[in-house]
Design a protein around this ligand. Structure first.
Ligand code: FMN
Length: 220
């Protein structure tokens, strides 16, 4: 099924999702890399891509790219530590200009409307140079009836909840480790989470405070 509305694949305005972007270079070599995208409207997305990555180079060259919605752990890992082999790619309408990944839940064909150089500074990777990309959605191909785009925040919350249930029975070093993890989970949730997830992590923090743990105020 084909659509033009990101809501049809459960991507909501104001939210961030982890995807795999597929592109190709001047020698028609396919490339895949995990990239986070922000949803700006039903048919507009933005992303920030570090300088030096093949994805940014290819997007600058071709002005278009494909966003793949998938939870495939091997796709995510192999495209992070290297590139995916050609056997994992296929082509929208058999056109080599539009590579996407086999068996994904959905894919989005995007065309850039704006690209500018930025210093990415709201991230632990401070002062890194990146390209800021705004793109319009040209077509969405929904391959699964139900599409579940990936968002990091629920996993951060779950890890924090598990650690909460263990914090009274571990030693001091482990407790400090859990509290550091809590800060990092909160950072992620504040960056890419829903209002409910933000509320949930604050509840957890106040419960830990009640128990007598020293809780950082960083994100209050
Ligand atoms: C879940 C996940 C999300 C990522 N999001 C981004 C991102 O938004 N921007 C970015 O520049 N790199 C991001 N990365 C890192 C790139 O995927 C990584 O640098 C990759 O090696 C770039 O590959 P390339 O040179 O083939 O483009 C992310 C990695 C992971 C695992």
């Amino acid at each position: 099924m084909s659509t033009l509305d990101l809501n049809d694949i459960n991507m909501k305005k104001g939210y961030y999702y982890e995807t795999i972007i597929t592109t190709f270079n001047e020698d028609n070599e396919n490339n895949a890399a995990p990239i986070g995208i922000a949803i700006k409207s039903i048919d507009e997305i933005t992303c920030r891509i570090f300088k030096g990555s093949k994805t940014l180079e290819n997007i600058r060259l071709n002005k278009k790219f494909i966003v793949n919605i998938t939870r495939n752990p091997l796709y995510l890992t192999l495209s992070t530590v290297g590139n995916l082999e050609d056997k994992y790619f296929q082509f929208h309408n058999k056109d080599k200009n539009y590579p996407y990944l086999k068996e994904v839940e959905a894919y989005i064909i995007c065309e850039i409307t704006k690209i500018k150089d930025i210093d990415k500074n709201n991230d632990p990777v401070r002062k890194a140079k990146a390209g800021f990309i705004k793109a319009k959605v040209c077509e969405i191909v929904k391959l699964n009836k139900c599409v579940n785009p990936l968002n990091r925040s629920i996993y951060s919350l779950l890890e924090s909840l598990v650690n909460y249930t263990r914090i009274d029975i571990v030693d001091k070093d482990m407790q400090n480790y859990y509290l550091d993890r809590l800060d990092e989970s909160e950072r992620i949730i504040n960056k890419v989470g829903s209002n409910e997830e933000k509320k949930a992590i604050l509840i957890l923090k106040s419960k830990l405070k009640e128990k007598g743990f020293e809780i950082s105020k960083k994100y209050y």
